[in-house]
Design a protein around this ligand. Structure first.
Ligand SMILES: C[S@@+](CC[C@H](N)C(=O)[O-])C[C@H]1O[C@@H](n2cnc3c(N)ncnc32)[C@H](O)[C@@H]1O
Length: 422
């Protein structure tokens, strides 16, 4: 049961975690520490991710529903969570209102019962007009402005896509089981799924599910990976015997995919040791292994033995503005964009010398911002004489919601072979 918040335990956890995430803490860490498991954890995640995705809308609604003046922060957080459940939950409105009115006791604020009741009932009375006014307030100014500049016609579609919950994308580990067999297993357990026509290992489930409920999870039959992320290994198309550098590899979704497609000589690098440990655990679960190294990918002298790589995947750190529907906390942390772009350019220039003549490099981000993507690649191509772009219809800027996938950017580059002009 993910679309409702039954039980005081859940509401108590939500009231503790939500203000912390709004103050800048990471939602996934706090969910892990909440002590809730299974369907309770899924309900908490549904509520908090949704309220974070919509927090701009919820704040705007409260501006209309509350009298001007200073309000108690905990009660404001409680009202946002209650409004989110009223907007999207599947329980009856009266039950939602009653439960959140009672929840004021959980934070020692019984005095606010009348206020909470009045605000929620007024929302239910005036709902259609209030909802229509609030949607444009869902994204912070820094992001809305950039999206409007970069996508003068598509930005409203992007904003709406960011507010939708994402489906669950699975990648079947073809080394363990075929997609058809896995789909049949899911069906036996009552989970309908859809095959993706363009990705041979992908299945799409309409709703999120705790991974441990997936058949064969512990045995690595399947990984959770959005369709857009699954494109990386498909575009790079690794061949057995090729030396491949996965330059920013952790937590390893794309490394595992490369290995499952038959790559057998992959060096997986990441500058963050704990994240690289997560990669190792993920590979082990899927029955895969490869060489790993903690290193700054741009400093090739620290890890490269001088034998050129046939292919490089550079899945660069970025603003993650393409995956807001999965990580709505991104709406609450304005990134340091100039620093990120500098780092992306440093990584691209840094790894390029390790690529073999005639070799290919796939630059990837889960960003929607041109300065991290197309503009950065164009700048690189203008100044790097031995680099050219390979046309691939799967590359370019992909927007969230298109083909049910996350927002991603891919550019496939090629290094000219010896004696060949770029
Ligand atoms: C977008 S994530 C990679 C996701 C990964 N490719 C996957 O599919 O699971 C970017 C990664 O780059 C790593 N990173 C950041 N700066 C780096 C650097 N200078 N050298 C190597 N890795 C770096 C981060 O620690 C992070 O794990």
């Amino acid at each position: 049961m993910t679309e409702g918040v039954q039980g005081a335990r859940l509401r108590r956890a939500a009231l503790a975690v939500y203000p912390a995430v709004l103050a800048g803490e990471r939602l996934d860490f706090l969910l892990d520490r909440s002590g809730l498991r299974g369907s309770e954890r899924a309900s908490l995640q549904w509520l908090l991710s949704g309220a974070l995705r919509e927090s701009g809308i919820l704040q705007e609604l409260l501006q209309h529903l509350l009298r001007p003046g200073k309000q108690d922060e905990q009660i404001l957080a409680l009202l946002q969570l209650a409004l989110f459940e009223l907007r999207h939950g599947q329980r009856p409105d009266f039950a939602i209102v009653n439960d959140w009115v009672s929840a004021s006791q959980l934070v020692g604020k019984s005095w606010a019962k009348g206020l909470i009741n009045a605000v929620l009932r007024r929302y239910l009375r005036e709902r259609p007009g209030l909802d229509a006014d609030a949607v444009s307030a869902s994204h912070p100014d820094w992001l809305l402005q950039r999206l409007q500049d970069a996508y003068p016609t598509d930005w409203p579609t992007i904003v709406r896509a960011n507010l939708q919950a994402a489906p669950l994308w699975l990648r079947v580990n073809r080394r363990r089981i075929s997609r058809d067999q896995y789909q049949a297993l899911l069906q036996e357990q009552g989970h309908a799924s859809q095959r993706c026509a363009t990705l041979p290992d992908a299945l799409i489930l309409p709703q999120s599910l705790p991974v441990r409920e997936l058949p064969g999870w512990e045995d690595g039959w399947v990984a959770v990976q959005d369709g857009a992320a699954q494109l990386a290994a498909e575009i790079l198309a690794p061949q057995a015997g090729e030396r491949i550098l996965d330059a920013c590899a952790a937590p390893g979704g794309k490394t595992a995919h490369l290995l499952s497609l038959g790559a057998d000589d992959v060096l997986a690098l990441d500058s963050a040791a704990p994240r690289l440990q997560r990669l190792e655990v993920a590979l082990q679960r899927q029955g895969l292994s490869t060489q790993t190294r903690v290193a700054d990918a741009a400093q090739i002298s620290s890890y490269w033995d001088g034998r050129p790589f046939h292919a490089i995947l550079l899945d660069a750190p970025c603003s993650a503005t393409g995956i807001i529907r999965r990580h709505p906390d991104i709406l609450h942390h304005a990134p340091d964009l100039p620093r990120l772009c500098q780092e992306q350019a440093r990584l691209l220039r840094g790894v390029w010398p390790a690529l073999a003549p005639g070799g290919r490099l796939l630059y990837a981000t889960c960003s929607l911002l041109p300065e991290e993507n197309e503009l950065l690649v164009q700048d690189f191509l203008h100044t790097q004489a031995d680099a050219c772009r390979v046309d691939d219809p799967r590359c370019g800027q992909r927007l969230p919601g298109q083909e049910e996938m996350d927002g991603f950017y891919y550019a496939l580059l090629r290094k000219s072979a010896a004696g060949e002009a770029a």
